[in-house]
Design a protein around this ligand. Structure first.
Ligand SMILES: NC(=O)c1ccc[n+]([C@@H]2O[C@H](COP(=O)([O-])OP(=O)(O)OC[C@H]3O[C@@H](n4cnc5c(N)ncnc54)[C@H](OP(=O)(O)O)[C@@H]3O)[C@@H](O)[C@H]2O)c1
Length: 269
């Protein structure tokens, strides 16, 4: 019997790569998008309409998959959005929306899926977090906080679900060539803003890194496939460019002020 996968945000980026790779490896895949009719190329898998931020569609989504398949073996919490802004000038409404998308929406979907996984005494929840959840960068506070929150949630949830045969895995990617950079929420600063010049330099460096140094998203899809096939997966996985992964170790061993200096040098601010 095929394993059934539900993955949020399968229309583009990691979600699309993961959904297609799993589907071609004999998994039955249900992906989601806010506008499924906008996307093509999903032969052999289903793309269902779903918005994480409404908090009223998760149960319906899960019931739909359960009514067809009778089970969900793996939930992949992948949907997400980027957000950059100086803290002083960010809109609280935007910050809350980002947290709804990257954190609370996932809790809503996890709550909807868990009763059936508990009943089956088996299941796996995979959270796509970010290296940004391990590191702090200027102007990226809310995104990092949302991803750090998912890392914490995943680790706690793994302990809470131990007796029910359900595993929770966090995958933290570095920079990959998906559409996230161009679609990210951002605050457009007025030229008179005291942050204008540093924010501009920061944004230019992020764009340069994304254009020149970001990696092929298939890597994350392949890692996800490997993890899902494992009987005894780990809890945290970090995937990306060596330097991005190394920066996490550096943060642990360097004095924090020195580490912050390196980060600011990196972003040329
Ligand atoms: N790319 C990177 O470098 C990178 C690095 C670390 C972590 N990540 C994380 O990887 C995940 C996937 O991002 P990506 O890079 O693949 O970007 P992406 O191509 O922009 O994909 C984002 C996906 O999330 C969905 N989504 C966005 N807002 C949603 C909402 N309110 N409700 C439901 N679905 C929503 C989108 O679907 P629709 O627009 O069709 O609804 C889309 O399928 C995110 O959690 C992101 O934070 C990305």
């Amino acid at each position: 019997m095929k394993k059934v996968i539900l993955i949020s945000g399968a229309s583009t980026g990691f979600g699309r790569y993961i959904a297609k790779l799993l589907s071609s490896n004999n998994f039955k895949v249900y992906g989601t998008s806010r506008n499924p009719t906008k996307y093509s190329g999903f032969e052999g898998l289903e793309l269902l309409k779903y918005d994480l931020t409404t908090f009223k569609d998760s149960k319906k989504l899960v019931e739909k998959v359960l009514s067809i398949e009778g089970k969900i073996d793996v939930l992949i919490n992948n949907a997400g959005s980027g957000f950059v802004a100086p803290i002083e000038e960010m809109s609280i409404k935007d910050a809350k929306h980002l947290f709804d998308t990257n954190f609370f929406g996932h809790i809503d979907l996890i709550q909807a899926v868990l009763p059936s996984m508990r009943k089956n005494k088996s299941g796996m929840i995979v959270n796509i977090t970010s290296i940004a959840g391990y590191n702090n960068i200027p102007f990226g506070s809310i995104y990092s906080a949302s991803k750090y929150s998912m890392e914490c949630l995943g680790a706690s949830l793994n302990m809470e679900l131990k007796d029910f045969g359900i595993r929770v895995v966090n995958i933290a990617p570095g920079d990959y060539r998906t559409g996230i950079f161009d679609k990210r929420m951002k605050t457009n600063l007025n030229i008179n803003s005291p942050y204008y010049s540093r924010y501009k330099k920061f944004s230019e460096t992020v764009k340069y890194n994304m254009d020149k140094q970001s990696r092929d998203p298939i890597e994350v899809a392949k890692l996800t496939l490997k993890i899902i096939k494992r009987k005894n997966p780990g809890i945290h996985y970090i995937v990306g460019h060596f330097l991005q992964k190394f920066s996490i170790s550096l943060k642990k061993i360097l004095p924090e002020k020195l580490y912050q200096k390196l980060i600011m040098n990196h972003y040329k601010i």
